[in-house]
Design a protein around this ligand. Structure first.
Ligand SMILES: Nc1nc2c(ncn2[C@@H]2O[C@H](COP(=O)(O)OP(=O)(O)OP(=O)(O)O)[C@@H](O)[C@H]2O)c(=O)[nH]1
Ligand SMILES: [Mg+2]
Length: 604
């Protein structure tokens, strides 16, 4: 039977975090289904793992595919958060063009610049999608011009600068030539894709496919994903796997798949230019080339991004150890961390002198917290130390990572925000009003950003929009003041009592409600002053006449400040750990007993 060549387009959807990539892909999938049949009307959700859903962010890039007017469009949805930028860069290797989404209100943001820069450098053809034109006060035309300027800045070619622009609202399911001309669906965008994104070239010769991502299936194990850049691939055939270091292993492809809708379709053969997934070659890595069995020729391995941050991971040593988790030993921790490095590219694990502790290197607080959160859900207990940025020696000079950071805040609070950022060694490079917000840009050491988001949100009553992204290594900027407030520390293990919490309310703000178990040395609140304070919240003495719950009910205690995992990670100081179990996130002093702690608090 003759092999029918199909028209193909390969596009990646890129943008700053939250500008609407996944929403758009969902709508494209949904609507292209409607073109064929109308039975499946349920909302398609591409962010399909629990963490992605809860947080409303994409963590892993995903491949989907739709048929439109006889053409197969492979679409790669990518994560927008800066910590996952390396992943975006890698999967761009599978595309011939990009849809660059930009929020019609916010305009280009730090990550827009980064991902667009990568796409431009790879010579990919862009289509600009000015999204969220349904937003009040949006400024689609101005944003379009800003994107054009950005592309000029990034040295785009004439052809790239000649990009089509599409306006619309992914959320409302339409795309159009003009922002004030609402249409029925996203077909205008798909037509632009067919017209402007180049067809992948068919290169004759022996097989070459570089592995750009790894997928997992409980049934078939590790799956390699990539784009066939030369030749044709067939299921059930012997191949060579050319490693990054040039070493060649002879192995065999078992099953072969192409992307189809949200899933994969098993096929016998995949043509050059198409994206595919395959299993059978278990022991592979990103960047390896699947090549001809007889005449293997490897492709140049792509760069894998360096970690920028590290954290100590250690077994749980709190008095509550083992109460809430199933996996608690150093063996469990070790195996789990090393297993993670097989698929989590930017992650590195280093042994320490102690078999109980490991240094884990990652791309940022979110990258590390996603791993920690996943481990909690799997039943692990562990403790982590304060995140540290990676310091490099350059010609004998101590260098640290510097990031660009944008903050949009209501004008009234911009003064305070600038002051705070300056204190953390941030230098302001841009300040301009945008509608009713003040737009600020800074260059700031990564160190200064840790914990900054909490303070900025507090100052701006939750109104600030903040984004940052790695810029360069530069000489150390000097000491940055750490947390300005001390903490409240538990004196004695027991259950927190409303009466006791109430009595201490003027000393600070608690992180725990009444009625929970706490242990000696646990951090349960922030002190109003800069020193640590040991407090009696479990005391039962003098309370015999206050025992009845009726008396407790009258006590009015301010609601506790419950920190998210990332907030806790960014909050702690050098002498503290975050303790993590499937049920709780607690902060503790590394030394639980007061006499062991150097900083020596006082007693309330
Ligand atoms: N008003 C409005 N909101 C939108 C539109 N498109 C998406 N959103 C909302 O913006 C938020 C982020 O959308 P996502 O599609 O998850 O954004 P994303 O670009 O995939 O985000 P990451 O994957 O985390 O980078 C969601 O709350 C969407 O409902 C739009 O056209 N208009
Ligand atoms: Mg997304």
């Amino acid at each position: 039977m003759a092999f029918v060549m199909k028209e193909i387009r390969n596009i990646a959807i890129i943008a700053h975090v939250d500008h609407g990539k996944t929403t758009l892909v969902d709508k494209i999938l949904y609507q292209s289904k409607l073109f064929r049949d109308t039975d499946e009307k349920k909302e398609l959700i591409l962010d399909n793992n629990d963490l992605e859903r809860e947080r409303g962010i994409t963590i892993l890039s995903k491949n989907v595919s739709v048929e439109y007017k006889g053409t197969k469009i492979n679409i790669i949805d990518t994560p927008g958060h800066a910590d996952f930028g390396g992943e975006v860069e890698r999967v761009l290797n599978m595309a011939d063009g990009v849809l660059l989404l930009v929020d019609a209100f916010e305009g280009p943001m730090p990550q827009t610049r980064y991902v667009l820069g990568k796409a431009v450098a790879l010579g990919l053809k862009p289509i600009v999608v000015v999204n969220k034109v349904d937003k009040e006060n949006c400024r689609p035309e101005e944003v379009q011009e800003m994107v054009f300027d950005l592309m000029c800045n990034l040295d785009a070619t004439e052809d790239q600068l000649d990009f089509p622009t599409v306006y619309g609202s992914a959320k409302n399911g339409w795309m159009s030539e003009h922002w004030d001309n609402q249409t029925e669906d996203v077909t205008y965008l798909l037509d632009q894709v067919i017209e402007h994104i180049p067809t992948p070239g068919i290169v004759e010769g022996t097989l070459q496919m570089q592995i750009t991502s790894i997928d997992y299936s409980n049934y078939i194990g590790r799956i390699a994903v990539g784009r066939i850049s030369r030749g044709t691939m067939r299921a059930n055939t012997p191949i060579s796997l050319v490693r990054r270091d040039g070493k060649v292993d002879k192995t065999r492809i078992k099953e072969l798949f192409v992307f189809s809708g949200l899933g994969k379709e098993k096929v016998e053969e995949v043509q050059c230019g198409d994206l595919c997934a395959l299993n059978g070659i278990d022991d592979f890595n990103i960047g390896d080339t699947v090549a001809d069995f007889e005449n293997p020729e490897g492709l140049v391995p792509m760069d894998i991004d360096e970690p920028t941050m590290s954290m100590l991971f250690t077994i749980n040593t709190s008095p509550f150890f083992g109460k809430e988790g199933d996996f608690v030993t150093s063996r469990h921790l070790r195996d789990r961390l090393f297993k993670e490095t097989e698929k989590n590219l930017a992650l590195r694990v280093e042994e320490t002198e102690s078999p109980d502790s490991y240094i884990v290197y990652g791309r940022g607080v979110l990258h590390l917290s996603v791993l920690i959160e996943t481990m909690r859900r799997e039943g692990y207990e562990l403790q982590v130390g304060k995140p540290r940025v990676i310091i490099k020696e350059v010609d004998g000079v101590k260098n640290e990572p510097i990031e660009t950071m944008t903050i949009d805040v209501p004008e009234a609070t911009s003064g305070k925000v600038i002051e705070l950022v300056n204190m953390r060694k941030g230098e302001m490079t841009v300040m301009e009003p945008r509608n009713d917000l003040m737009h600020l840009e800074f260059e700031i050491p990564s160190r200064g950003i840790i914990g900054l988001r909490n303070s900025i949100l507090t100052i701006s009553a939750g109104e600030a929009i903040m984004a940052h992204r790695f810029l360069k290594f530069a000489p150390w900027k000097g000491e940055i003041p750490s947390r300005s407030k001390g903490v409240l520390i538990v004196h004695e293990t027991g259950v927190s009592i409303p009466f006791a919490l109430n009595k201490l309310q003027d000393r600070g703000h608690f992180f725990i409600p009444p009625g929970v178990e706490v242990y000696q040395g646990q951090v349960i609140g922030e002190h109003t002053r800069d020193n640590d304070l040991v407090v009696n919240v479990t005391k039962t003495k003098k309370m015999s006449n206050m025992r009845s719950s009726g008396a407790d009910d009258k006590v009015k205690i301010a609601p506790p400040l419950i920190m998210s995992l990332e907030q806790a990670m960014e909050y702690i100081d050098d002498d503290e750990y975050v303790e993590l179990t499937p049920k709780n996130i607690r902060i503790r002093k590394i030394f639980l007993k007061e006499h062991e702690r150097k900083r020596g608090g006082v007693m309330a």
